[in-house]
Ligand binder design. Structure first.
Ligand code: PNS
Length: 164
């Protein structure tokens, strides 16, 4: 049986913390699907196609990782992809409250799908996509927080619309 897991998120933008979880998870499962959830209510920081490409480029060294997007319920996407494991990273207790609620809701929706948590490395415990956006907006060194393909996209975004 192929052990296939899904690592979902907004990845807006992807960070080196995300990449660390992906690299560790790729060793634990036969196949890992990195799944970008599309939220049509919110204008993204980086467009979906750019996030898909940047994640594909950042994970090109991991042959068992695929990058996809989904809309609708995560458990439905997991079922469609024949994945029984949803993987999430946990940084702090504050993450746990949110993750517990979503994990329990997902279990009610589909009891066959398990949520598994990976603890973020200490050095990434403060790192979030929102931190990257904020640092970039104010001209700080965001480059240290993102994989190289994402760095280029943020630089282009800053050049196209400075201050946003
Ligand atoms: O990186 P994020 O923003 O924490 O990712 C959130 C994501 C995309 C994993 C989550 O919003 C999600 O699963 N959205 C799809 C809708 C859904 O299934 N929600 C959970 C049941 S309430």
């Amino acid at each position: 049986m192929t052990r296939r897991a899904i690592y979902p998120g907004s990845f807006d933008p992807p960070t080196i913390g995300h990449l660390d979880i992906i690299e560790r998870a790729a060793e634990m499962y036969d196949e890992l699907i990195v799944a970008i959830g599309v939220n049509s209510d919110k204008a993204p920081y980086l467009p979906l196609d750019q996030r898909l490409q940047a994640l594909a480029d950042s994970t090109a060294h991991l042959p068992n990782v695929k990058v996809k997007s989904f809309s609708g319920l995560l458990v439905d996407f997991a079922q469609q992809e024949n994945a029984r494991i949803i993987l999430r990273g946990l940084r702090a207790i504050s993450d746990y409250e949110y993750e517990l609620r979503i994990g329990l809701a997902n279990r009610k929706l589909n009891p066959e799908i398990e949520t598994v948590f990976l603890i973020a490395k200490e050095e990434f415990s403060f790192l979030a996509s929102s931190v990257v956006r904020e640092v970039a907006r104010h001209g700080g060194n965001y480059q240290q927080f993102v994989p190289a393909p994402v760095e280029k996209l943020i630089a282009k975004r800053l050049a196209d619309s400075p201050g946003s």
